[in-house]
Design a protein around this ligand. Structure first.
Ligand code: NCD
Length: 362
């Protein structure tokens, strides 16, 4: 678990993550997975350090997973709940963060419905010259790095449980299906999976995967994308959507491969992994779908549809799941195909690794 070469104070985006950094996270998480398999599932690594969960938006698994990860590392953990906090009395987010700083917080884990909040808090901590690490636990439509890293860990440990590494995914076909437009999970996964040399195929109705998304990916990130199989006579109306917040240009040397489909079949054809995403209805400002039933018929992951994929195909979902909408209920619970509960389990080891690496770089 060498943290000596880890240089990032904050983890805000995967846009400029290098292969060596992915591998460091994966290998460190393997060590913590071993810790979590022991009878005493705790190590003193972060004893005396304070980790603060600042979740300004709802969360079940991410918040609990960070809390458990911090506890397993023996850190003291503070949990902030916006509904019962001084935010209701008009305190600003930056002042809330500074309050926790004054209590001795060493690392802040931040989720907010607006893109850019973790970045703003990290910039403020740097400006103040304090040695506090900020971890983005999901900002608006922008990114959710720890989710993409745990997805990567879940897949890579299936391929090599002792030495999971980014290069194991080279040449694999990975389909990401559903509400890409509103998904910060998809955006972070696009960075990690295309960095591995995998072919990443995005599929969704044009309203949830607008052509603009391809332009955004091309222009802002340098990822080479192709639009395939565009539906000419779609019953879904194409609508323009505002561009997502900008990520910095990647410094990654590999050519990245990303394909866009407005039909599911070409994305699933011979896929090794299928990642399906929740329809984020709370973020939809207009009627982007005819009905949930029609969505399921056209983009739902079912046993029948999996016949198009590789025989050993595995299905992932970051949760929470709308059962019977993005994935059929029986498939979700089928351990032969579904990695959903492994993703949740992996989340703790991966978040321990992130806190450990950030703590070590402080
Ligand atoms: C995701 C999120 O909040 O971005 N969930 C998660 O963190 N496990 C995806 C979602 O809400 O659909």
């Amino acid at each position: 678990m060498a943290s000596s070469t880890w240089t990032r104070r904050h983890i805000l985006s995967l846009a400029d993550f290098m292969p060596s950094e992915y591998d460091m996270v994966l290998q460190t998480a393997v060590s913590f997975q071993e810790v979590l398999s022991r009878r005493t599932k705790k190590v003193p690594t972060l004893q005396g350090q304070v980790v603060t969960n600042l979740f300004f938006e709802s969360s079940t698994r991410t918040r609990s997973s960070f809390e458990l990860a911090a506890k397993r590392l023996s850190a003291d953990i503070l949990n902030f709940a916006p509904g019962t906090s001084s935010l209701t009395k008009g305190e600003t987010i930056l002042d809330t963060a500074k309050t926790y700083l004054a209590m001795g917080t060493d690392m802040m884990v931040i989720r907010h419905r607006e893109a850019g909040v973790p970045q703003a808090i990290a910039a403020e901590m740097d400006r103040l010259g304090v040695n506090v690490g900020v971890l983005n636990a999901g900002d608006g439509l922008h990114e959710h790095p720890s989710q993409a890293l745990l997805d990567l860990f879940t897949i890579c440990t299936l391929l090599d449980s002792e030495h999971p590494r980014l290069s194991l995914l080279e040449g694999k076909k990975i389909a990401i299906v559903g509400d890409i437009l509103h998904s910060r999970v998809a955006r972070s996964n696009i960075w990690s999976l295309t960095a591995s040399g995998a072919q990443v195929h995005l599929a969704g109705p044009p309203t949830l995967l607008p052509k603009l998304f391809a332009d955004f990916v091309r222009e802002e990130s340098g990822v080479r994308s192709q639009e395939s199989d565009l539906i000419q006579n779609s019953r879904f109306k194409i609508q323009n959507s505002p561009p997502t917040p900008h990520s910095p240009l990647p410094t990654h040397p590999l050519p990245r491969q990303l394909f866009l489909h407005w039909q599911i079949e070409p994305a699933l054809q011979n896929a090794d992994y299928v990642m399906t995403l929740r329809l984020q209805r709370e973020r939809m400002t207009s009627h982007l779908l005819p009905s949930l039933r029609e969505y399921h018929q056209r983009f739902g992951i079912t046993r029948d549809r999996l016949q198009l994929c590789q025989p050993e195909v595995k299905v992932l979902h970051p949760g929470p799941v709308n059962r019977g909408v993005e994935i059929s209920s029986d498939l979700m619970d089928d351990p032969q195909f579904s990695l959903i509960s492994q993703q949740v389990t992996s989340g703790v080891a991966v978040r321990m690794a992130l806190l450990y690496l950030m703590g070590g770089s402080r």
